[in-house]
Design a protein around this ligand. Structure first.
Ligand code: GLN
Length: 277
């Protein structure tokens, strides 16, 4: 029988040898996850012998992590905007960068009807429903599996959101004050150069945006006028080099007050514009 300390040490070394960047952190988080312990528990009981069953469960997760399955698919959760979201391999893992998108929408969302296109785990629209005093919240996705995750998240977090299965606007009814989207935006050829965690484990459907990386922005902007009130806002998350192209598309569609916002790393991350009255 091994102790917590021995298990953790072996796992750290194994993950390091397997080329996992945050080996120490990940070994710790998986230990905390499997044994339900926090840092204090660990230091008080580091020499405690643990059950063989649990030790095996831990070792299996460490092996998966060593094969580059993202940590969050193993623990099943990711924090976003201070809320805990359930995730699985059917949804993109919520990114800290995307918090900027939510923060920008929160500045204008009070009492507004908000539609989230390509909702995935639901992290954006659920955060807005919980934190934004919004009037109406709708999230759409083309993946039924993702919608199941989003619905579970809304239920767990006590957020009132309608989730609709839809290929972009196909099944959307009504008109909104704010439309927000973090659509797929990676160029097909660039997917191969992403980390194995992303390219081999996160859903391609949530990443791949054709040869230009811009197809979803274009499709949304082309159709948005029918679904967005005059004076309403369209918000996008974008890749660091897409600010110019997406701003131009918004301008061509008649949007005004177009703005590009930078994330905490100083990279362009959010673009928004207003539909004139
Ligand atoms: N809207 C979800 C998120 O921000 C999913 C995005 C996506 O699948 N491209 O995490």
């Amino acid at each position: 029988m091994s102790t917590y300390k021995e298990l953790l040490q072996t796992a750290r070394e194994f993950l390091k040898k397997s080329g996992i960047a945050d080996a120490d952190i990940d070994a710790w988080y998986l230990l905390a996850h499997v044994f339900g312990i926090n840092r204090a528990d660990f230091f008080m009981h580091e020499n405690k012998k643990v059950s063989e069953d649990k030790a095996l469960e831990y070792k299996k997760l460490i092996e998966k992590r060593a094969s580059h399955v993202p940590l969050q698919y193993l623990t099943g959760v990711q924090e976003f905007m201070g809320l805990e979201f359930e995730v699985d391999e059917n949804v993109l893992i919520p990114r800290q960068d995307t918090e900027l998108l939510v923060e920008e929408v929160l500045k204008v969302s009070k009492d507004k009807a908000v539609l989230d296109m390509c909702t995935g785990s639901g992290c954006i629209i659920i955060s807005l429903a919980k934190l934004g005093n919004i009037k109406e919240a709708v999230g759409i996705d083309i993946s039924r599996e993702a919608l199941k995750v989003a619905k579970r998240n809304a239920y767990r977090l006590g957020a009132e959101v309608d989730f609709i299965y839809s290929d972009l606007f196909d099944n959307v009814e009504g008109v909104f004050d704010i439309i927000v989207s973090n659509p797929p935006y990676i160029k097909t050829e660039e997917i191969l150069s992403l980390m194995p965690e992303v390219k081999d484990h996160e859903p391609k459907l949530a990443l791949d945006a054709g040869a230009s990386g811009l197809v979803y922005y274009k499709r949304i902007i082309d159709e948005v006028n029918r679904f967005l009130n005059s004076g309403g806002y369209l918000f996008f998350e974008i890749g660091y080099d897409q600010g110019g192209a997406v701003s131009k598309m918004l301008e061509e569609q008649g949007f005004i007050d177009i703005n590009v916002k930078k994330d905490l790393s100083g990279l362009d991350r959010v673009v928004y514009g207003k539909r004139p009255f």
